[in-house]
Design a protein around this ligand. Structure first.
Ligand code: 5GP
Ligand code: ZN
Length: 141
């Protein structure tokens, strides 16, 4: 399995750097974020060292999300959550600081004053061209 000695998440998976593990199987590893946005903030990663979500093959992406689905339900139940934000920072420009694919599960409770996906970026793009944009994407598959 691809593993990079310089990668902090590969070191966590191998156990050479300790972590507060919450789940592990043959394909994924999940632990508590040491700089949590909220109590129970969990990070889920494929054991394979791949930098970007978009570089995963469809099988690895599917397996990752199956695990995120399973783990998020348990985290929600364990901490009695009202909701969660589940997502990824893909690429440095989007805030990805560790170049090993990972999904954040961020617990949410009423009154926590948090935002939504819409609070990540707001460039006020044109909305008169949505038909053209959608067509452009459809034609790129
Ligand atoms: P990113 O910013 O790349 O999307 O997410 C990386 C996450 O990993 C951050 O939320 C950061 O707090 C967390 N993190 C970075 N280094 C460590 C570490 O050594 N241990 C743990 N448990 N989390 C880490
Ligand atoms: Zn890695």
């Amino acid at each position: 399995e691809a593993m990079y000695m310089e990668c902090i998440f590969c070191k966590i998976i191998s156990g050479s750097i300790p972590s507060y593990k919450v789940y592990e199987d043959e394909l994924v590893f999940a632990f508590l974020d040491i700089y949590p946005c909220s109590e129970g903030h969990t990070v889920v990663l494929p054991k394979k060292h791949i930098e970007r979500f978009t570089d995963l093959d469809v099988k690895d992406a599917s397996d990752l999300f199956a695990s995120v689905h399973k783990i998020s339900k348990v985290v929600s139940k364990t901490f009695d959550l009202h909701g969660m934000n589940i997502g990824m920072n893909v690429g440095e420009v989007a805030g990805q600081s560790v170049p090993h694919v990972h999904v954040h599960i961020i617990p949410r409770k009423e009154g926590d004053n948090g935002g939504s996906m819409h609070s990540i970026v707001e460039t006020n793009p044109d909305t008169g061209n949505l038909a053209d944009l959608a067509k452009k994407v459809r034609e790129s598959f």
